[in-house]
Design a protein. Structure first.
Length: 402
């Protein structure tokens, strides 16, 4: 089946969005909201009377006339709340039922069973942001930018990121088949992936030369700062003259970690704004970091691509605005929205987009992404020959400056 005919077949299918996400961007924890033990959720929200009445009428009709008499209130409650949030048409805002809220917590901790990739919505299509290194997704050959048209035969048209995540995840050892289209392909292809336990070392490092260090941050997990500090100590910054910071295919993670790591490029005894958020009433909240000093005076090249998202974009944008790094590669993903996670008394949660990110020079990240100073794209030949022209350019820049 070609791509065009497959897309046409998707039109008739409609999915109701459910909850859950994979480490998608920076998450904040809001104040807990106590739910009331009455059926109509609109009363306490100050919703217009006509909607309260309409809700009660629909509920009453279902309870008295629906062919299946055993529909319980939880099903109706949660369905109504999911539908309300789905009405925002925002792929990053979702109501999480208790079981899904628990799974979400497990995901951002960095340990879960699945295929090991980040997904998002790009040009209204479910897309691979980044396959994480050493995971089933990477071993199966998935790449940043691959478009996902079906999961185990279920079309993804209209499917939320969170529902797609739920379908892709599963027990270790079980298969999942993704129907993929990649730029340059004439037809869709099915790729089977065997799920596994995903445990990711988030920082990798090596010395390229005695004076040039390479640091790769895979994602910003709860352990990344500690791993980064250990890498810095092992690299012995006093011996270095240049740093390559590789943020390619880094889908984000914990904001605080990205902000703290930026401190290694802040001058001694100084404090800098790393990123600011602006909400719907234009309130600005700035996130600052203090000097850690080790890399502030070293020539730095940051590698980015369209799999660099959220926290990776925040760190790259800050270093670019401060004039502390040259960015090499491709325009980043453009995940510049802030989600708050509001826990509910029954264990459910609301993940809600509440603000947008801006760099220190007030550049919006959302949809625009971060542009590299030097644009270098991977070609199909580069993939086949396992060449890395972006890394080669970084080495050329640093060796020429030292």
């Amino acid at each position: 089946m070609n791509k065009k005919s497959f897309i046409l077949s998707l039109v008739i299918i409609f999915f109701i969005a459910l909850g859950l996400g994979i480490i998608l961007g920076s998450i904040f924890y809001g104040v807990g909201v106590e739910t009331k033990s009455v059926f109509n959720p609109f009363v306490s929200l100050g919703a217009p009377l006509k909607y309260q009445t309409l809700f009660e009428e629909v509920y009453s009709a279902i309870k008295t006339q629906y062919i299946v008499p055993s529909v319980d209130d939880d099903t109706l409650y949660y369905g109504a709340l999911e539908g309300m949030v789905n009405g925002l048409e925002d792929p990053y805002s979702v109501f999480l039922k208790p079981d899904l809220a628990k799974m979400f917590e497990e995901d951002i901790s960095g340990n879960f069973e699945g295929v090991g990739m980040e997904i998002g919505i790009k040009n209204n299509q479910l897309t691979v942001i980044a396959p994480l290194p050493g995971t089933p997704a990477e071993r199966a050959g998935l790449r940043t930018g691959d478009e996902i048209y079906a999961i185990d035969g279920e079309a993804t048209a209209g499917l939320s990121i969170d529902m797609a995540t739920l379908l892709i995840r599963g027990k270790k050892g079980t298969p999942v088949t993704l129907t993929i289209w990649r730029e340059g392909w004439e037809t869709l292809k099915d790729i089977e992936i065997i799920r596994d336990t995903i445990k990711i070392q988030s920082v990798k490092w090596e010395k390229k030369t005695p004076t040039i260090a390479y640091l790769r941050i895979v994602h910003f997990s709860e352990n990344t700062l500690e791993e980064f500090e250990e890498a810095v100590e092992a690299l012995n910054p006093a011996s270095l003259k240049g740093i390559i910071l590789d943020l390619r295919n880094n889908p984000g993670g914990y904001l605080d970690t990205a902000v703290d790591i930026a401190g290694w490029w802040v001058e001694e005894n100084k404090e800098e704004i790393v990123v600011s958020s602006k909400n719907n009433i234009h309130q600005i909240q700035s996130y600052k970091t203090k000097s850690r000093g080790n890399f502030a005076n070293l020539k730095t090249v940051v590698l980015i691509n369209n799999g660099s998202a959220s926290g990776a974009e925040i760190l790259a944008g800050a270093l670019q605005d401060w004039g502390k790094a040259t960015l090499v590669g491709e325009t980043t993903f453009g995940k510049g929205s802030v989600q708050v996670l509001i826990p509910m008394a029954d264990g459910s949660a609301l993940k809600l987009t509440a603000a947008y990110w801006y760099t220190p020079k007030d550049r919006s990240i959302e949809k625009m992404g971060i542009e590299p100073d030097i644009k270098i794209e991977f070609t199909e030949e580069d993939y086949l020959k396992e060449k890395d022209p972006q890394l080669e350019k970084a080495m050329e820049i640093l060796e020429g400056a030292i």
